[in-house]
Design a protein around this ligand. Structure first.
Ligand SMILES: O=c1ccn([C@@H]2O[C@H](COP(=O)(O)OP(=O)(O)O[C@H]3OC[C@H](O)[C@H](O)[C@H]3O)[C@@H](O)[C@H]2O)c(=O)[nH]1
Ligand SMILES: [Mn+2]
Length: 391
């Protein structure tokens, strides 16, 4: 039985938005109520805007449907996917908070091996508020966790770590497998709870899943674009992957932290830390994966998924070497600058793979334009008109 909300703390209550992409009623929120009720929800309704999405009473939320997306962004709405969970990034765009937690509507509260309900949001917040260690691997995992520390031999000059930009949670029950794996292992369920949080090392890419994900919007938000997927596009289910490859390569420290850039460069020289000199390592921040777990309740149709994924499965044999080869100019000192540079390289280097990447490169620019438009100080906060605002 979930703890009564009076017993659940709500860290960062006014600094975090919960973004949910959906095509269905949000009954799943009932189970999350003790953990989510104190927070503001941004619901991105995909598909038919005339469909009425029911949200349980008592949640502070705003709901945007496609009519709202088109109204808020005008022609720039072309960069927001339709009929794909990639639409969730519209919620990242309109949020005014420092942190984002995004979750799918078929993800429920998981239980740890002791049977205790997992407050996934609190764990993500803990992950984001403690440093990452991308430059040197701590073999006892997260050194900033209660009851853990850096092990012998860990350089003291690196023990401050770097700020964490992304917290990537995992899933019990239905794992996030690609369609071929789903097809050959239809009954496989993830029952293994690994009690660990790891920093993904500098220079290493990872397959980011969007169903249980949190990030620091001020540090990395402009890079969390979920691409062009779904209706009218040759690919789907690579939304979060694309964002993860770009974001891991786009975690940049804003000018305000430029002193840290010097330290990192000094550290790199000192330890000859060389990774793929892409945006991430250009001005690294940390990315963590592991706890928290959610309970992923249902597998989507593997045949439908195969149709969405198949081009991505062979394209990525070119995409990954591309990201691993990217080098960025030293004068890229903000995520936006890094991302725009990356968009140029996507058009140049990946459009020979398929013309889609030329379109995607342009959409990346449109996304940054939309980001800067909606996040400029003068801009009034967006508000749903066609969707529903509930208190
Ligand atoms: O057209 C659509 C379809 C779904 N959604 C919403 O997106 C969330 C994920 O949908 P679902 O759980 O049915 O798909 P999965 O295969 O489990 O999702 C994984 O793969 C796709 C994405 O990368 C996702 O992040 C992964 O978890 C859910 O909230 C649906 O309501 C939509 O908005 N539009
Ligand atoms: Mn799902």
């Amino acid at each position: 039985m979930a703890q009564p909300s009076s017993h659940v703390t709500a860290p960062l209550k006014d600094e975090l938005d919960i973004v949910i992409p959906t095509i269905r009623n949000l009954d799943f929120l009932e189970q999350w109520r003790p953990f989510f009720q104190p927070y503001h929800l941004i619901i991105v309704q995909d598909g038919d805007p005339s469909k009425n999405i029911l949200v349980p009473d008592g949640f502070d939320c705003e709901l945007y449907n496609r009519n709202d997306v088109n109204r808020v962004l005008g022609p720039k709405s072309s960069c927001i996917s339709f009929k794909d969970s990639a639409c969730r990034c519209f919620g990242f765009l309109v949020s005014k908070k420092k942190y984002i937690f995004t979750i799918d509507d078929d993800c429920f509260v998981g239980k740890d091996p002791s049977g205790k309900e997992i407050n996934a949001l609190a764990q993500h917040i803990q992950n984001l508020l403690t440093p990452s260690t991308p430059f040197f691997f701590n073999t006892l995992y997260d050194p900033f966790r209660e009851g853990v520390d850096f092990v012998r031999g860990y350089p003291f000059s690196l023990r401050g770590g770097v700020p964490t930009a992304i917290s990537h949670g995992l899933w019990l029950n239905i794992p996030d497998y690609d369609a071929p794996t789903q097809l050959v292992k239809p009954l496989e369920r993830n029952t293994r709870y690994v009690d660990a949080v790891l920093t993904i090392p500098k220079g290493t890419l990872f397959p980011m899943c969007g169903m249980n994900l949190a990030f620091d919007r001020e540090l990395i938000g402009p890079a969390m674009y979920f691409g062009l997927m779904g209706d009218g596009q040759p690919i789907g289910r690579y939304d979060d992957m694309w964002a993860g490859w770009c974001a891991k390569n786009s975690t940049a420290i804003s000018c305000a932290n430029s002193h840290l850039i010097d330290k990192i460069e000094e550290t790199e020289t000192l330890f000859n830390v060389c990774g793929f000199q892409v945006i991430c390592d250009h001005l690294s921040l940390g990315v963590k994966t592991g706890l928290p777990y959610i309970w992923h309740s249902k597998a989507s149709n593997p045949f439908v998924n195969l149709k969405k994924e198949y081009k991505g499965i062979y394209w990525q044999e070119d995409i990954i070497p591309f990201f691993q080869s990217v080098v960025l100019p030293k004068d890229c000192t903000t995520v936006q600058q890094c991302y725009l540079e990356l968009s140029k390289l996507v058009k140049e280097k990946l459009s020979p793979v398929d013309p889609y990447f030329n379109k995607l490169g342009h959409a990346m620019v449109t996304w940054i334009e939309a980001w800067d438009l909606l996040n400029s100080p003068a801009q009034e906060p967006a508000a749903p008109v066609d969707g529903v605002k509930q208190n």
